[in-house]
Design a protein around this ligand. Structure first.
Ligand code: UDX
Length: 494
């Protein structure tokens, strides 16, 4: 069979971080000659079309399925009172996965085996392989039922996957759930490769919040674990050098694990059919405000602190103000992404800082705020010297690709463990988790931007960026990994 006629279907979790990572993989497969169907939920796709319509391309199509959730926030009102923002977000995802499991099943089935017996109106060949986000149970269940080969795509970090895979061992050793009033700085034993530096507070939020073994989040993670070994391969959004500590342990459980990341570097270096930026998807669920690029042009090299807490995190006005004061206190210019609705109560920046009388006008002017930035371009800009990040995996990886040192302030999912890896494994920044207050923010940012340690972080970050770049070039590990992945997919359809 001609490679051009091999049809792959990608099915992500309908959330910014997941859709973006999977779309990049989709771009890469498309540029390598595959027919690509990208499944999105109707709600997520609507936002995507409004914010960054994808280019029209032959052999690349989007298909939408309902998510089954009501348009209002019924699920939120039905949630028990007093849940943390993390727990609420997780609850939303559980609702989503459950409703998709029942209400979207037939729509997805129809994409895999059209009701007319396979005579696709677009004359596309049947799906040869599903690349399913490991967090979407439906994606696996239907593909297996219909005997369509599945590969697993994990968009979160390898270190968090390893920690999740260790759940049975941690339970056996009595490490989880944590005892009442646990000392969060106690070391955790039982996660392969991480025993020398992992503390309770560094574990993913499913562990940190679980009160008992029946905890829904913990149980859900066990389901995702079983998905990880379900497919014929695991595809990670990482690269061999970045995760040299972890990948051998993951391969012990998932022997066929590919690490062809980060895809946008590969796209450039493979020059797949002369692909240019107009032929790839920018995958934004929010409208990008490019005005900050001109602002960055006017700042000195390596002077700016870029601040973004990703696409999901919500903070209180008090937290916002502590961070703002901390950033103002550094005396440095800063660029901060405040999404619409990101601060509880929907407050605007001007409203929040209006009453802070102790900060003069010149200091206020050092801050530039946008609703959504072109993050990869921002990180690549010469003016950016530090990334204050929630350590979502995409952001962490993008910062490493750009060689920008980080201050990690994690909120949930894999972010806690990613932030620990930033400081202890990659040594490209500091971990500010569970600390609060303006003086901490100021001190941490200074540590990453001034003095001897800052010099070391910059050096490590530049070396890391160079290694990652090399591995995406011909003969490099990511390049080779992607070629092997292509051969694997081809073998499934022969
Ligand atoms: C979520 C989880 O928070 C994260 O821990 C998990 O690893 C993936 O899913 P999210 O909060 O969206 O992701 O963070 P992240 O993974 O960092 O993804 C955010 C993406 O949005 C990045 O690719 C980033 O470049 C992009 N972004 C962010 C922008 O393009 N502009 C912005 O202003 C902010």
């Amino acid at each position: 069979m001609e490679q051009a006629m091999i049809h792959v279907l990608l099915f992500p979790v309908p959330a910014q971080g997941h859709v973006r990572a999977m779309l990049k993989l989709a771009d890469l497969l498309h540029a390598s000659g595959f027919c690509v169907t990208f499944v999105n939920t109707e709600r997520s796709h609507r936002r995507f079309l409004e914010s960054s319509p994808p280019p029209e391309r032959p052999r690349f199509r989007f298909r939408t399925i309902p998510d089954g959730l009501p348009d209002d926030d019924t699920w939120r009102r039905a949630a028990p009172a007093g849940l943390s923002a993390d727990a609420l977000t997780f609850l939303l995802f559980l609702e989503l996965f459950e409703s998709m499991r029942t209400r979207s099943r037939e729509h997805y089935r129809e994409l895999l085996v059209p009701a007319d017996g396979g005579r696709d109106p677009d004359r596309w060949p049947p799906v040869a392989c599903v690349l399913a986000d490991s967090s979407v149970p439906l994606a696996f269940e239907v593909a297996e039922e219909l005997k369509v080969p599945v590969m697993n795509v994990a968009t979160n970090s390898a270190c968090s996957i390893m920690a999740h895979l260790a759940i049975p061992e941690l339970i056996k050793r009595g490490e989880i759930p944590f005892p009442e009033d646990a000392d969060m700085d106690e070391p955790v034993r039982g996660v392969a490769g991480m025993e020398s530096f992992l503390r309770r507070r560094d574990l993913p939020s499913s562990f940190r919040e679980a009160k008992s073994l029946d905890d829904r989040h913990l149980q859900f993670r066990m389901t995702v674990n079983s998905n990880l070994v379900r497919g014929s391969a695991l595809i990670l959004n990482t690269e061999e050098h970045i995760d040299s500590l972890i990948l051998p342990h993951i391969r012990h459980v998932c022997p066929v694990t590919y690490a062809p990341g980060p895809p946008h570097l590969l796209l450039k270096s493979m020059n797949c059919g002369g692909v240019d930026d107009t032929e790839t998807s920018s995958a934004n669920l929010f409208e990008v405000d490019r005005s900050c690029m001109a602002w960055l042009d006017s700042q000195p090299d390596k002077s700016v602190v870029y601040v973004s807490l990703g696409s999901i995190t919500v903070i209180s006005k008090e937290t916002f103000l502590e961070f703002w004061h901390g950033l103002v206190g550094t005396g440095r210019p800063f660029l901060w992404v405040i999404r619409r609705g990101m601060v509880e109560g929907g407050m605007e920046v001007g409203e929040m800082i209006g009453d802070e009388a102790d900060v003069d006008e010149a200091a206020r002017q050092r801050g530039c705020f946008v609703g959504w930035a072109p993050q990869e371009e921002v990180l690549a800009h010469a003016a950016v010297g530090c990334f204050l990040t929630h350590c979502g995996w995409n952001s962490t990886l993008e910062s490493m690709v750009a060689g920008v040192p980080m201050v990690g302030w994690p909120f949930f999912t894999d972010q806690h463990i990613n932030s620990r890896f930033v400081s202890e494994v990659w040594k490209v920044g500091v971990d500010m988790k569970d600390l609060n207050g303006r003086s901490v923010v100021e001190r941490m940012v200074r540590e990453v931007m001034e003095g001897e340690r800052a010099e070391e972080f910059r050096k490590n970050a530049s070396e890391m960026a160079l290694m990652v770049k090399r591995s995406s070039e011909e003969g490099g590990s990511s390049y080779t990994s992607f070629k092997n992945l292509i051969e694997h997919i081809k073998s499934l359809s022969s």
